[in-house]
Design a protein. Structure first.
Length: 261
DNA sequence: ATGCCTAAGCCCCTTAGA
């Protein structure tokens, strides 16, 4: 089965490109981030026409996550990690959705960006990552075959970015962000793209600004982590890079893993 | 030191992204 993650940056603006990607690459499971739409506006019928069933956790203007499954209904297991946003009186942001599909637990996440650093948004990012780790430790203890994927907003290594200097003050590669990410890996999760591309140089994001795509000024922040049961089934992992270069593209490219059945 | 570019919502500019 193929499990994919795609930060679409607005489902309304991206719908033609998103449907095109689903039809061309036909993932078994597609996890979406930055849906940027309220629940009642989620275009579920558009996906049903393509043979996908879906669950979603929306929010007005920002954030929002969804899980699509080919020919079957994702069975929701958890919605949100139980942490409020960084603004006074703000409720929980729509950043986490977990479901079972074909015997695999899929954890779809849109991790807080954390800029500017330092500040309350960065503190929120680190707190969010701590709660994520606790949730993943629960799943680990239950020995559930699990895939954790999405926009982590963390550049793990220096060779995951086109120029370290350009990003060194950014929340995406602060030592605290990286430490929190590596604590997850130390718990035993396998970073699928890293495992198959240990020398780095694989990007999943290119900024809209300053000709970043044309200059290949990108970095890797969309990740797919595998529990041991899933890591044993890993046959391939990749980035659908050409989808970043199309008209009205997201600033992220889709990432995916292929697991043996 | 800042804008570069894009999306959404609401009012044509602001907020947020990374």
């Amino acid at each position: 089965m193929k499990i994919a993650s795609f930060n679409i940056n607005g489902i309304k603006a991206r719908l033609p490109r998103l449907k095109e990607w689903l039809a061309e690459t036909r993932p078994t499971v597609a996890c979406l981030q930055e849906v940027k739409s309220q629940d009642e506006n989620f275009p579920v019928s558009e996906f049903e026409e393509l043979g996908y069933q879906a669950i979603w956790h929306g929010q007005k203007s920002f954030n929002g996550v969804a899980i699509l499954a080919d020919g079957t209904a994702p069975v929701e297991a958890k919605r949100g990690l139980g942490i409020n946003g960084p603004k006074e009186g703000e409720g929980e942001q729509a950043r986490y959705l977990e479901a079972d599909v074909n015997g695999v637990r899929v954890c779809n996440l849109y991790l807080p960006n954390g800029n500017p650093h330092p500040g309350p948004k960065f503190d929120y990012k680190i707190a969010w990552m701590k709660l994520l780790r606790e949730r993943l430790q629960e799943l680990w203890a239950q020995e559930i075959p699990t895939v954790v994927l999405g926009d982590f907003n963390v550049i793990p290594h220096d060779n995951d970015v086109w120029a370290v200097k350009a990003m060194q003050n950014d929340a995406l590669m602060q030592p605290e962000s990286r430490d929190a990410y590596f604590r997850l890996l130390d718990d035993g999760w396998t970073d699928a793209l890293r495992t198959l591309n240990p020398r780095g140089g694989v990007w999943t994001y290119w900024d809209y600004q300053a000709g970043a795509w044309q200059r290949d000024h990108g970095f890797r922040i969309d990740h797919i982590l595998l529990s041991p049961e899933c890591a044993d089934r890993l046959v391939a992992a990749g980035v659908d890079k050409d989808h970043r270069g199309r008209e009205k593209a997201s600033d992220h490219a889709p990432v995916w893993v292929e697991l043996r059945d």
